[in-house]
Design a binder for this molecule. Structure first.
Ligand code: UAG
Ligand code: ATP
Length: 483
């Protein structure tokens, strides 16, 4: 592709020497090791490394053009200085791959909690009704039915455009993280439907305040196609704030929640059976949530409402809900022979823990043991809230280790002790080895007890523990087999 096509609508062409506009560009790379002859190399100043330090290597490997933010003169190849390399990467990828998001029904799902769950519910509803879906998110990417490992919830713009080009599916459902939005990983993409689930205390190590976190989420709604619709859960203050902003801009909104103004309204939710009475298009009917708990009621409604907007008849959708098999590591239930129940869940925010423990109670838990820890090098400000909620809502909690992310076990133990002293209560104990904490809770459990293990969900352990297992689910199964 010629450079002038590659830089089309980027606002950069006027700054280019006319000889550069005729370069024949063979590909794009943001990592010097991926550069091949005739590629453009985009140098990004990263959080860990500065990509500008790899420009020479990229040229040696055959880069025909280099783009970066620094002022650089006299390179062996043409150089284009831009204000924001991450943004430029997205625009280049969009042009190089021929605007693939224009050819798909693009659905972006954002919010603190529930993105993965809602995306799998939506995939199930659409695929059961004849629409093929690519899914891009935390657990994995699924393109043309093939499962691929994902390294970020939201891939960077280059990887994303490659996935979209590979996809022959009609619909692309993608989880949109605030990191992804803040880092322009969505640049060049436009959405047909933008789903806003909720916003709660999380990632305040990255965003300086909830307002800034919200502003990052808001950018997804500036990237809607002309007739794109925002599907918004208005049962939280940030959802209502988003609606207010979109309304003043005259953007279409499909509101979901308990308020009488909602397009899809929940009139009543029955927690034990996870059933609800909904009002939609002047009709009132019963439906069941695709998974247990009030949080999953919201996720179900978001996926259901979006499917209705896509033209799938209500009767067919209500039938599909019954066949949803759940999501790996999200409120996974194991019933033990002695009558106790173990839940493995991915909750790692105060709000998610609260929903999870509330769901266990609503399902008849007589005594709840909550096992959890805190991730190293992640938002530390949420930890005290997580502990306070557990101390209040569980009958007993066991603090244990979660991913350390380069924090030493000793330092994390000190954190657990300090937090427990300040925010815990007499119901708590600390068992550093995660597998032994689970074993202890299972051994001590009696009929009617629920053991709720949160934080890791589907993920494998980062470190080695006493039992020879590498995930919470495996640990539970191992202990069951040993008994
Ligand atoms: C802190 C952070 O968000 N980092 C993200 C960021 O990395 P970066 O661009 O700063 O990378 P870097 O390693 O400093 O490298 C800078 C540049 O040098 C280049 N380089 C590097 C080495 C080399 O030999 N040659 C070379 O050219 C790299 O290709 C890169 O372009 O951009 C990368 C590409 O998009 C991301 O993969 C990476 O995510 C890291 C792995 C990460 O863990 N991010 C987390 C915080 C995150 O984004 N999480 C959210 C989900 C959050 C949630 O809701 O739970 C997500 O969307 O995944
Ligand atoms: N709508 C919701 N509201 C609040 N909590 C929820 C909601 N849906 C799920 N959760 C809780 O959040 C946990 C993570 O759910 P899920 O993986 O679907 O969210 P996510 O937004 O993809 O998370 P992450 O960004 O951390 O990957 C669940 O295990 C559950 O405890």
């Amino acid at each position: 592709m010629k450079t002038n096509q590659l830089l089309n609508e980027s606002g950069l062409i006027s700054r280019l020497d006319s000889r550069i506009l005729e370069l024949d560009i063979k590909g794009i790379a943001d990592n010097s090791s991926d550069v091949e002859k005739g590629f453009v190399f985009v140098a990004i100043k990263g959080f860990e490394i500065d990509g500008h330090g790899f420009i020479d290597q990229a040229i040696e490997k055959g880069a025909a053009l280099v783009i970066g933010e620094q002022e650089i003169t006299r390179l062996g190849v043409p150089y284009l200085q831009v204000e924001n390399s991450r943004k430029a990467l997205g625009i280049l990828a969009r042009n190089f791959y021929g605007r693939p998001s224009d050819q798909k029904i693009m659905i972006g799902i954002t919010g603190t909690n529930g993105k993965t769950t809602t995306s799998y519910m939506l995939q199930h509803f659409l695929e059961s009704n004849g629409m093929s879906c690519s899914v891009i998110g935390t657990n994995k990417n699924i393109i043309n039915g093939e499962k691929m490992k994902s390294s970020n919830t939201t891939p960077n713009s280059l990887a994303l455009h490659k996935l979209l080009t590979l996809s022959q599916d009609e619909v692309v459902i993608m989880e949109v993280s605030s990191h992804g939005l803040a880092q322009y990983r969505l640049e060049g993409i436009e959405f047909d439907y933008g789903l806003f689930l909720n916003l709660h205390h999380e990632h305040l190590d990255y965003h300086s305040s909830m307002e800034e976190y919200f502003q990052a989420k808001l950018t997804m709604f500036n990237q809607m196609k002309e007739h794109g619709i925002a599907v918004v859960n208005t049962d939280n203050e940030w959802g209502r704030k988003l609606c207010g902003i979109l309304q003043t801009k005259g953007k279409p909104i499909y509101a979901i929640g308990t308020s009488t103004e909602c397009n899809l309204r929940v009139a009543k939710f029955h927690s034990l059976s996870s059933t609800m009475r909904v009002i939609e298009s002047n009709e009132t009917y019963q439906m069941v949530a695709a998974m247990t708990g009030m949080h999953n009621m919201y996720n179900t409604l978001m996926a259901y409402g979006t499917s209705l907007l896509l033209g799938i008849p209500k009767e067919k959708l209500l039938n599909s809900i019954h066949h949803f098999k759940g999501v790996d590591g999200r409120f996974e239930i194991t019933k033990l022979a002695k009558g106790s129940i173990v839940i493995v869940d991915y909750a790692h925010t105060p709000d998610a823990i609260s929903y999870c423990l509330e769901t266990a109670k609503s399902q008849g838990a007589q005594r709840i043991t909550h096992i959890f820890g805190f991730r190293g090098n992640r938002d530390a400000s949420k930890r005290k809230h997580m502990l306070s909620i557990s101390a209040e809502m569980s009958d007993r909690y066991i603090l244990t280790l979660d991913d350390l992310n380069n924090v030493s076990p000793g330092d994390m133990l000190e954190v657990l002790n300090q937090l427990n002293e300040t925010y815990g209560n007499s119901k708590g104990s600390i068992v550093p080895d995660r597998t032994l904490a689970i074993q202890q809770a299972i051994h001590e459990s009696k009929e009617g007890d629920w053991i709720v293990i949160t934080g890791k969900g589907h993920e494998k352990y980062q470190q080695t523990f006493h039992l020879p297992t590498d995930s919470d689910r495996e640990t539970v199964n191992y202990i069951i087999k040993q008994n």
